[in-house]
Design a binder for this molecule. Structure first.
Ligand code: HAM
Length: 430
């Protein structure tokens, strides 16, 4: 046998029965998005590399180390190829679409959700893949339409808490911070740089690099020896300007009023540059080291930095792979078996089985069929193995009389039913 080709490192096939859990999650979130009045947006997986450089940020790990990007073939020899990238996240694409289609001309705030694959060249491990899936939402629009209101922040957080509760996920934590805005952030960054100057030589190599390129990320360091040093660094909270401070206080006040528990985490900075003000993550203990189920926050200046009009926004993205993993470790969703296994017996019966299966499926019954070469015993064994609830026996006599033997595979009870009564009978017995 020739060498077999395998899935690319960090990517994986999602197989049944696991896909049942994915569909269960997606159905639950679509239902939730409907009642919160979010609408679906689908943006391309492929974007111009510059989009991520200008939004997520060139100095972030995501853009500097983890992008799948390449120079595309030029259209003419005299031209240069365009640099393309597989999207590492979806917020940038949504904001690009908002600008490209002048969506601010639509009334009110734009409330989008998306479900789809994202790509980051990270070192694969449990809960971390190179192709992974996000379920996300973004609320964006002019300030005059209320996009800066702290109640928008809370609405998203409350929706997320409801989603996790609805899915039966217990033991989640909401970590919350304010990362300030264009007014106060530069002052804080200067204070951070000054403080780091004296201590960074004793910190890990990553911190030494980040102190230069992206000092906020020093706060993210997990190296135990660095923790006492980091605890003594200046805190963003002490540098928030009056309006950011008031905004954050209001978010906390409304959040408490709707009884969503949260923990303030002054070191929560997030790995993308576009964030302003509210930043958050939901974590779960069952996930191990990759414990963030979802993350998000405000990005009040993102539209302008991509060439659009002022359009404050806020959003989140759930790691669907991690959400499914948490569900499997807590509640668990079982595969939905077929309702009826149609067992054609003897030559010529496949035709009748196909007709009957088609009719039953039209009536909403989940059907799988056997083959006319199978003996009755093999058919019944197969039906049981597949977990079908009923077996329907279809031999020449049944085909002629239009009366079928319907066997309940959990009780063993067998009844004779006319073709038209099968669906009702199957649906009546849960
Ligand atoms: P993020 O924190 O980079 O935020 O990603 C959100 C979630 O995606 C993470 O909490 C995690 O669950 C999941 N995730 C990230 N990388 C991986 C990976 N390699 N494998 C599996 N899961 C992963 C964003 O992407 C922002 N766009 C969220 C946002 C939307 N902010 C505002 N709007």
């Amino acid at each position: 046998m020739a060498n077999s080709i395998r899935a690319v490192r960090g990517t994986r096939d999602l197989l049944p029965p696991e896909t049942e859990t994915w569909n269960f999650v997606e159905a639950a979130v679509r239902d939730l998005f409907r009642v919160y009045n979010f609408q679906e947006i689908r943006t391309p997986v492929l974007e111009d590399l510059q989009l991520f450089q200008r939004s997520v940020g060139e100095e972030t790990d995501i853009v500097s180390k983890e992008m799948f990007a390449w120079e595309d073939r030029a259209r003419a020899q005299s031209e240069k190829g365009q640099w393309l990238a597989l999207r590492p996240e979806n917020t940038a694409g949504v904001v690009r679409a908002y600008i490209e289609h002048k969506l601010w001309e639509r009334p009110g705030l734009q409330r989008f959700y998306y479900i789809g694959p994202q790509f980051r060249r990270e070192r694969p491990q449990k809960g971390r893949y190179r192709q992974f899936y996000q379920i996300g939402a973004e609320v964006i629009g002019p300030s005059a339409a209320g996009s800066e209101s702290p109640s928008v922040d809370v609405e998203l957080l409350e929706m997320l808490a409801s989603l996790l509760d609805r899915l039966g996920i217990q033991g989640w934590n909401l970590n919350l911070n304010s990362v300030g805005c264009a007014n106060d952030r530069p002052i804080y960054l200067q204070a951070l740089r000054d403080a780091l100057k004296d201590v960074v030589h004793a910190m890990c190599v990553d911190c030494q690099r980040r102190a230069e390129t992206n000092p906020l990320r020093v706060l993210d360091c997990k190296v135990p020896e660095d923790q006492p040093v980091i605890e003594k660094l200046p805190r963003m909270n002490d540098y928030l300007d009056a309006s950011c401070r008031a905004h954050f206080a209001e978010v906390q006040k409304i959040l408490s009023a709707v009884s969503v528990p949260f923990t303030l985490d002054h070191r929560l900075v997030r790995g993308l540059d576009y964030y302003t003000r509210t930043a958050f993550e939901f974590t779960h203990g069952a996930l191990g080291s990759q414990n963030a189920i979802l993350g998000g926050g405000r990005y009040d200046g993102l539209s302008e930095s991509l060439g659009g009009p002022p359009a404050p926004g806020i959003g989140f993205a759930i790691g669907e792979d991690r959400l499914v993993m948490t569900l499997q470790e807590s509640a668990g969703v079982s595969v939905r078996p077929a309702d009826v296994y149609v067992a054609p017996l003897g030559a010529g019966m496949n035709v009748h089985a196909a007709k009957l299966a088609r009719e039953l499926r039209r009536q909403g019954v989940a059907v799988i069929t056997g083959d006319e070469t199978f003996k009755l015993k093999k058919s019944l064994e197969t039906a049981s193995k597949l977990g079908a609830r009923f077996a329907l026996i279809l031999g020449e006599n049944e085909a002629n009389s239009g009366q079928f033997a319907l066997k309940n595979l959990s009780t063993g009870e067998q009844v004779t039913v006319g073709a038209n009564a099968i669906a009702a009978r199957v649906k009546a017995i849960a």
